[in-house]
Design a protein around this ligand. Structure first.
Ligand code: ADP
Ligand code: 5GP
Length: 207
């Protein structure tokens, strides 16, 4: 029988410029390992094909501001003129049940989560191979207007300047390599010695 003990879940925070491949990498991580994706709440309008409760919970500005007042958000930020945030309850209850959770959120949000839950958080930054390639990816994804793409590109370098606050970084040039690196991080984090080691030692004392 395995002597590994069940521990509290980890909170994987995946950030990086828009279009760098966060969504693509997160879906692949979840195909390969057991992790749960937190569905964010936003006031941005749904894109074609985005479903409420799957891509995001789409709400009005008033609804979002009420959630903030009621202290229902783990973190939130204004990104590209809209509110985006992580509803608190589900994340906390999953961690308590030993389930790892992925948050695909911006840097302002990532840093809020780290300061609130430093022992639970693993911060991973996804970089594009170049800003030129980032532009190509946003153009070929075809989900934003030209103005929205320009806004996202002009923010990219400001975001990259925060990389020093993160624990790990992955350059998403070749997707398979990037996914492999993300899985290595998850695997290594799962092998960490947990904060409470007595239950591990006790198993040997009781032999
Ligand atoms: P983000 O979630 O960071 O905004 P997406 O995951 O939506 O980014 O990826 C942006 C676009 O780039 C998508 O069209 C996606 O298919 C594509 N893409 C993601 N990773 C790669 C890669 N390694 N090489 C080429 N295209 C990629
Ligand atoms: P998009 O509009 O492309 O879906 O997301 C735009 C930006 O918002 C991305 O950088 C994404 O990481 C960020 N974002 C998505 N959900 C959240 C969230 O819950 N909190 C924060 N702080 N940022 C988020």
């Amino acid at each position: 029988m395995s002597k590994r003990i069940k521990t509290r879940g980890k909170l994987y925070i995946i950030s990086g410029p828009s279009g760098t491949g966060k969504g693509t990498i997160c879906s692949r991580i979840m195909e390969e390992r057991k992790l749960s994706l937190s569905i964010s709440m936003t006031t941005r309008a749904p894109r074609d094909g985005e479903k409420d409760g799957q891509s995001y919970y789409f709400v009005t500005k008033e609804e979002f501001e009420n959630k903030i007042k009621e202290d229902k958000m783990l973190e939130y930020a204004k990104v590209f003129d809209n509110y985006y945030g992580t509803p608190k309850d589900k994340v906390i209850s999953r961690l308590e049940r030993g389930i790892d959770v992925i948050l695909e959120i911006d840097i302002q949000g990532g840093l809020q989560v780290r300061s609130k839950m430093p022992e639970d958080s693993v911060l991973i930054f996804i970089l594009p191979p170049s800003l030129e390639e980032l532009k190509n990816r946003l153009n070929s994804r075809g989900t934003e207007s030209i103005e929205a793409i320009e806004k996202r590109l002009s923010k990219a370098l400001d975001e990259i300047r925060f990389i020093g606050e993160y624990d790990y970084y992955i350059v998403n040039d070749d997707l398979e390599k990037a996914v492999g690196e993300a899985l290595s991080i998850v695997d290594a984090e799962r092998l960490r010695v947990p904060p409470k080691v007595k239950p591990i030692i006790r198993q040997y004392e009781e032999e």
